[in-house]
Design a binder for this molecule. Structure first.
Ligand code: PEP
Ligand code: MG
Length: 584
């Protein structure tokens, strides 16, 4: 943190480009720490309020139990039993009542009582009891949410042009601000390629993440500035600083107008090498926006948002209705629908309670692994995708593939679904292309085998970098190590491209690396066939493509592939851009 006159500048991670000036809307997570004195005459009512919250939580757990029981059977449903046991613990109630009798509000009393139980468990030298800590905390949070009469974070009250400040925003929180005029957001935790950051880019909301303690430093209603380009937040801005950023904001608007002129131009290099620039979308509503930005198709439709902010698993018809609209809107362009990639930082409730209990969710039961474990959920989605495949150029893509066996297992389910549809006389495109994401290093190593069994591959650099460099993509503490220009990453990408081409299939890139203009000449030169980027990055990437020659790009790619560290690689790229007057 640096202090200049009145300004307080906080440095974080640039998550979504742009400038935002607005008033703080603070999403308080620490509300449980607020201790208020309750007058004697209100203490019985306070106990009743606590009892009501317990009952509400109990009925939620019962619904969850029934839902898991229906979908996954009793063994899984028993997970919810643990929650009910904690909820009914007489010591919890006794301790909360005692504190309320002493004049403490129900929220704080609950926080203290839960804290006491956790301490007790922590002191038992047994890993089973130590691990129950998370369950107890979770139950505490649920009761607390009901004491506050709200489920999770309440973004409904957000005013127009607010800047949301939170310790963390989950991808589902971020999706829920869609349609509201949020000026920007900033969070204590998170990394550049966290899904929250990616969704913010899709919504064109300037955002800075990984600020460590901004949620403790700001006050609701105060004016702050988000600089999503530099990854900075200015608190307490002086009038001089405000003017500086207002000018920057205006400049940004005029740049956007300038870039819009590229909308209808094709993306080809000065020596006529054509490259497709598709859009990544997270939500079905985004199609008009991406067409307006000049996208020539959708290279990645992240369908997991269909599963967010709900308590039930979407049914086939719901999937179909959503895809039907998207396919109609994007036609005659192509769309690649990725089957759901839940887990990791994209947790959802949906009754699959055990999803939240993994100690290392990025390496856990996520994505295609979930699909293969719960085929009934996967099948509903596959049926809907196959049914829309006759309505446009629809391709299907599996995420998080780590070995050939997973491709085969997913395809076996797909083939079974196709057989069912044939039997039911339901039409689908028999030749629908099926591809995989290459985002787990092991899949990249065996790309030669995988490429023989799929129609295309798309490199998911967000995860690929995370797994190759062992850097959690949502952890701000290691964000400095998250380096797309690491020689290992570049050489690996080159190998994937070459092996894909050997097998005569197209190789796309849909991770955030594809949307970074600075990297465009190198990625282009490595021979990628397609880029799929956040909507806001379509025009900036097209601008670079149109100002370079493919020959030059190949030369710089060959050069940097021989370099030994990212610093020298970046220096080479800067030199390339400077000599061609390219402004990235
Ligand atoms: C990726 O990992 O690069 C990718 C595009 O998928 P996601 O960001 O949804 O994990
Ligand atoms: Mg991924």
């Amino acid at each position: 943190m640096s202090v200049d006159d009145k300004d307080i500048v906080l440095e974080g991670i640039a998550a979504s480009a742009g400038i935002a000036i607005g008033k703080v809307f603070l999403l308080e997570e620490n509300f449980c720490f607020v201790c208020k004195e309750v007058p004697k005459s209100f203490r019985e009512a306070e106990k009743k309020r606590f009892d009501d919250a317990i009952e509400k939580t109990r009925s939620e757990f019962t619904i969850t139990y029934n839902r898991i029981n229906d979908v996954l059977g009793e063994n899984y449903a028993r997970i919810a039993d643990v929650y009910l046991l904690i909820l009914d613990d007489p010591t919890l109630k006794k301790n909360v009542y005692k504190l309320i009798t002493d004049g403490i509000n129900a929220e704080y009393a609950l926080f203290k009582a839960i804290d006491k139980i956790i301490h007790f468990f922590e002191n038992i030298n047994d890993s089973f009891f130590k691990e129950r800590k998370v369950d107890i905390q979770d139950v505490g949070k649920k009761i607390l949410a009901n004491l506050f009469c709200k489920k999770g974070k309440n973004l409904i009250r957000v005013d127009e042009e607010s800047i949301i400040i939170a310790n963390n925003l989950t991808p589902s929180d971020t999706v829920s601000v869609r349609g509201k005029k949020i000026a920007g957001f900033a969070t204590d935790i998170g990394g550049k390629t966290s899904h929250t950051a990616i969704i913010a880019q899709g919504l064109a909301i300037p955002a800075v993440v990984g600020l460590k303690n901004i949620s403790l430093l700001v006050k609701a209603g105060e004016t702050i500035i988000i600089d999503g380009d530099k990854g900075e937040v200015v608190l307490n801005p002086s009038s001089k600083t405000l003017l500086h950023y207002k000018n920057k904001y205006d400049l940004q608007l005029s740049r956007t107008v300038e870039l819009e002129k590229l909308k209808n131009l094709i993306s080809e290099t000065t020596d006529n090498h054509k490259i497709f620039i598709f859009a990544n979308i997270d939500h079905s509503d985004e199609v008009p926006l991406i067409l307006n930005k000049g996208a020539v198709g959708i290279g990645l439709y992240r369908t997991e948002t269909i599963y967010f902010n709900r308590d039930s698993i979407p049914k086939e018809q719901e999937h179909f209705d959503i895809y039907y609209r998207v396919v109609q809107e994007i036609s005659p362009y192509a769309i690649t629908i990725r089957t759901f990639d839940l887990g990791g930082d994209k947790l959802t409730k949906m009754g699959l309670l055990n999803l939240g209990f993994e100690s290392n969710p990025s390496l856990g039961l996520r994505s295609i692994r979930l699909c293969l474990k719960y085929p009934e959920i996967f099948i509903s989605q596959l049926r809907a995708i196959l049914r829309v495949s006759v309505l446009g150029k629809v391709k299907l893509m599996y995420p998080m593939i780590s070995c050939l066996a997973e491709v085969r297992a997913a395809n076996a389910i797909l083939n079974k679904v196709k057989e069912d549809l044939r039997r039911e006389n339901i039409k689908f495109n028999e030749n629908m292309e099926v591809g995989v994401m290459i985002e787990v290093p092991s899949a990249g190593v065996v790309i030669d085998s995988i490429a023989k069994e799929v129609d295309f591959v798309s490199i998911g650099t967000n995860d690929l970098i995370q797994y190759m460099l062992a850097v959690d993509r949502v952890n701000e503490n290691v964000a400095y190590l998250y380096d797309p220009m690491h020689p290992a990453i570049l050489r690996f990408i080159k190998r994937i491209v070459d092996e894909g081409h050997k097998a005569r299939i197209k190789v796309a890139m849909c991770g955030e690396m594809a949307g970074e203009p600075k990297y465009t000449p190198v990625i282009l030169g490595m021979g990628l066939d397609e880029f799929s980027v956040s909507p806001s990055q379509i025009a900036p990437i097209k601008k670079i493509v149109r100002s370079v020659s493919f020959m030059d790009c190949k030369t710089i790619a060959d050069k940097v592939l021989k370099l030994e560290d990212s610093k020298s690689i970046l220096k080479e790229i800067d030199l390339f851009c400077e000599t061609r007057d390219i402004n990235t």
